[in-house]
Design a protein around this ligand. Structure first.
Ligand code: 13P
Ligand code: SF4
Length: 369
């Protein structure tokens, strides 16, 4: 989260205690009243990983690609109250007009993966990689990254990707340059490249802490340079989890998000983005059995929505993404009441110089087919 966003957030401080003392019924009534008053002037997108208490008020739900697309299409809302994490609200701000105000109900809702790549580290990596490979590298960044990283990628001819379009974007990138620098999630990069037929032996890792390339072999063989970042939620699904589920019942289908490690994805029956997981379960036969490896709020919702199927979390000790979980009913109500008072809090406004380059990366993602 940049200092600029914090400053711009102005009164983005802490939510007053009184919101914690309200009953659910009281909060529900107040939220619905403000939603009715504002009508189409207010838009609430909600990521699939949000809690049910928040999702019930969302005007649109989706994965990060779908929410970027709906934000871009929405020309009517004066206020977009983004129920998701910081990088998603930044993306919404950059894809909407200057007059539209994007608000994050709790400024502490960040993403630990996005924080694993900063500009200092990225400039250092680019310097070193340019020295080693000349002008043969194109950068791609998972949307789970800061606006500054997206701007770096946009300036250098690359694009953003989400878990829904990663294969298409990697294919495009390899038609532009000989090799890819993939930020900041090594697992999504590795799993996607592997599915496209690139062997692990042609993938290197850039360690931003040690500032060095990890690779055993001839440099000219490298096709993919994976930034050493990860999702602390999806890394908690293990090969042992899969073995235990399969030992208990070999008929259970295992489906995981590609932010899981390569070993886990390789051993699973299916893998795919949040949307693909939802679609697969929607289309599955009644009575079918599933163990799902993704964020827990979503898995719990899928379980509730499919009483005709046997569904469980791949890791029985899994907990939700803690930063996604920062957005709750009290914070949603607080941010709506601030808007109603004409004093929006938690406003996300990306610096214009950064936004102009970051939009290049986002627009390439949204237009390349
Ligand atoms: P999606 O791109 O599947 O929405 O995932 C976003 C995310 O944060 C996954 O951890
Ligand atoms: Fe970030 Fe992982 Fe949470 Fe997604 S699940 S928002 S990648 S920490």
């Amino acid at each position: 989260m940049s200092i600029l966003n914090l400053i711009h957030g102005g009164n983005a401080g802490m939510m007053p205690e009184l919101y914690k003392e309200m009953t659910e019924e009281e909060m529900t009534g107040k939220i619905l009243k403000i939603k009715k008053k504002f009508g189409e002037r207010l838009f609430i997108p909600g990521h699939h990983y949000q809690k049910d208490e928040v999702i019930q008020f969302a005007d649109a739900t989706g994965d990060s690609l779908q929410l970027a697309q709906v934000a871009q299409k929405n020309k009517k809302a004066e206020y977009i109250v983004f129920c998701g994490v910081h990088f998603m609200a930044e993306t919404a701000d950059m894809l909407t007009s200057d007059e539209q105000i994007v608000v994050l109900p709790d400024m502490r809702a960040g993403c630990s993966m996005a924080d694993m790549a900063n500009m200092l580290q990225t400039n250092r990596a680019w310097e070193e990689l340019t020295e080693l490979f000349g002008d043969t590298v194109i950068p791609l960044t998972y949307v789970n990254s800061t606006a500054e990283i997206k701007a770096f990628v946009g300036r250098n001819g690359g694009a953003a990707v989400t878990s829904s379009n990663a294969a298409r974007m990697l294919t495009w990138a390899l038609s532009q340059k000989e090799r890819i620098l993939f930020l900041p999630d090594q697992h999504l990069g590795r799993n996607t490249a592997f599915d496209l037929g690139i062997p692990l032996s042609r993938m290197a890792i850039w360690d931003p802490i040690a500032e060095k390339l990890e690779y055993n072999g001839a440099l000219e063989d490298i096709k993919i340079i994976l930034w050493k970042g990860h999702c602390s939620v999806h890394e908690k699904f293990t090969v042992a989890n899969i073995k235990s589920v399969k030992e208990r019942d070999p008929d259970i289908n295992v489906i995981v998000h590609p932010e899981c490690t390569h070993e886990v994805v390789a051993l699973s029956d299916f893998s795919g983005s949040t949307k693909k997981i939802i679609d697969t379960i929607n289309e599955a036969k009644p009575g079918s059995k599933w163990a799902i490896g993704t964020e827990m709020n979503l898995v719990s919702r899928i379980i509730q929505e499919h009483p005709d199927k046997q569904i469980e979390s791949l890791n029985p000790d899994m907990c939700p993404c803690l930063t996604m979980n920062r957005i709750d009913m009290p914070h949603l109500l607080w941010s709506l009441e601030q808007i109603d008072k004409g004093e929006p809090t938690g406003v996300i406004k990306v610096d214009q110089d950064i936004a102009k380059d970051a939009i290049l990366a986002l627009n390439r993602m949204l237009t390349i087919r």
